[in-house]
Design a binder for this molecule. Structure first.
Ligand code: NAD
Length: 358
């Protein structure tokens, strides 16, 4: 098969880590008989410098026409003082909305080879964890009406949360489908003891579960309890589904307990097959251009693309197994070197090792 992939390398370490993922995809193409065609597009700081716009129309058109999009990271100190319209992250929010991406998938897995990096207690680490957070990405309080006004106690600010039945139904289906492909357990996280949006959320999750996914075991948890349970017993979770703001906070908490942001991929999906795949970390300007970046989060993002956009599960498994095997063999980049007495590998050497393992 032939697949067209739009590449947005972005700023900082973006070009190095995306090039690593491209090499891995080419290797997968060779081994499994697929052709991946790559086209570069500008976004973020480099797009501001080159064409005065963090998200040029050509990038939007190219990504819409592609089968999927692989993104490195955008931003850096050079653009930190720019006005809002000329900030690199404007490109990031703009491309998600231009592609209609309303779901964010973030796996958080503890690699046994890296368990010493986990900040949790040894008895919790011993049980391991491998969970997936499904976060609603384009609704809720981040997109509701907001402003300033005169209130009961004088001037005040307000934000509002609204969720439509349609928005909850569509994220519910993504979450149930994800749970079906994993361990068959879905935890819906809300604040239904207080919020009306959460009560509607819970009602719809249960209706969709009963009517369409009886084989998935659905449970509910209040968000304050979930924040505690993630550090007390993360192994209890398989798939978590939650609203935009709760997902924003809980997915960062989940990434921290894995011990390394250099390892974690993510996917943003909409109704079609085209998704936006990117590491959860930023552009790491402090190590850019020095061949020190860990390419694994971007390589695993490419694996998610194969699995979720192209339906290539065997190929995605091959990448994930190669990453597992290099970590098990004790190979490390500087960010995950821990107490190892071996010299850290650079971005290129780590990519070479993963290619060899594939
Ligand atoms: P960051 O994730 O870029 O870096 C935090 C720390 O982690 C740094 O010490 C960095 O060297 C290290 N690090 C990150 N990724 C690494 C990797 N793959 N390998 C090895 N070390 C790695 O976060 P930050 O410093 O807060 O932000 C830097 C820039 O990135 C800012 O301009 C920010 O706006 C931007 N940013 C972009 C995205 C995105 O594009 N999605 C996300 C977050 C931050």
């Amino acid at each position: 098969m032939n697949y067209n992939i739009a590449l947005i390398k972005g700023d900082g370490i973006g070009p190095e880590i995306v090039s690593s993922a491209v090499r891995v995809l080419e290797k997968i193409g060779e081994r499994f008989g697929h052709t991946f065609n790559f086209t570069d597009y500008l976004m973020g700081g480099i797009a501001i410098d080159t064409c005065g716009n963090p998200l040029p129309q050509e990038t939007i058109d190219g990504c819409r026409a592609a089968d999927s999009v692989l993104l490195g990271a955008v931003g850096g100190p050079k653009w930190d003082k720019n006005p809002a319209a000329l900030r690199p992250e404007k490109g990031l929010l703009g491309i998600r909305s231009a592609l209609g991406l309303y779901t964010n998938l973030r796996p958080a897995k503890l690699y046994s080879a890296l368990s010493s990096e986990c900040p949790l207690r040894a008895d919790i680490v011993e049980k391991g964890f491998d969970l997936m957070i499904v976060r609603e990405l384009t609704g809720g309080i981040y997109f509701g009406e907001r402003g300033r006004r005169d209130g009961k106690y004088g001037p005040e600010a307000y934000d509002t949360e609204a969720y439509s039945v349609m928005e909850i139904e569509r994220i519910a289906r993504v979450a149930f489908e994800t749970a079906k492909k994993r361990g068959g357990r879905l935890m819906s996280i809300d604040k239904a003891n207080v919020l009306e949006t959460s009560r509607l959320w819970r009602e719809i999750m249960h209706r969709i579960g009963e009517e369409e996914y009886p084989e998935v075991v659905l449970s509910d948890m209040l968000v304050d309890n979930a924040a505690m349970q993630l550090v007390r017993c993360p192994s209890q979770f398989d798939v978590i589904v939650t609203s935009n703001m709760f997902g924003d906070i809980l997915s960062d908490e989940a990434s921290q307990i894995t011990g390394s942001i250099g390892l974690l991929p993510s996917a943003s999906l909409g109704d079609g097959k085209c998704g936006l795949y990117e590491p959860i970390h930023g552009s790491a300007p402090d190590i850019a251009g020095q061949d020190k970046a860990n390419p694994i989060a971007t390589i695993l993002s490419a694996a998610m693309m194969l699995r979720y956009s192209f339906g290539l599960a065997k190929e995605a498994d091959a990448i994930e197994a190669a990453v597992d095997s290099v970590l098990e063999a004790g190979l490390r980049t500087a960010d995950i070197i821990g107490t190892s007495d071996k010299a850290p590998l650079g971005c290129t050497a780590m990519t070479d090792a993963i290619l060899a393992a594939i």
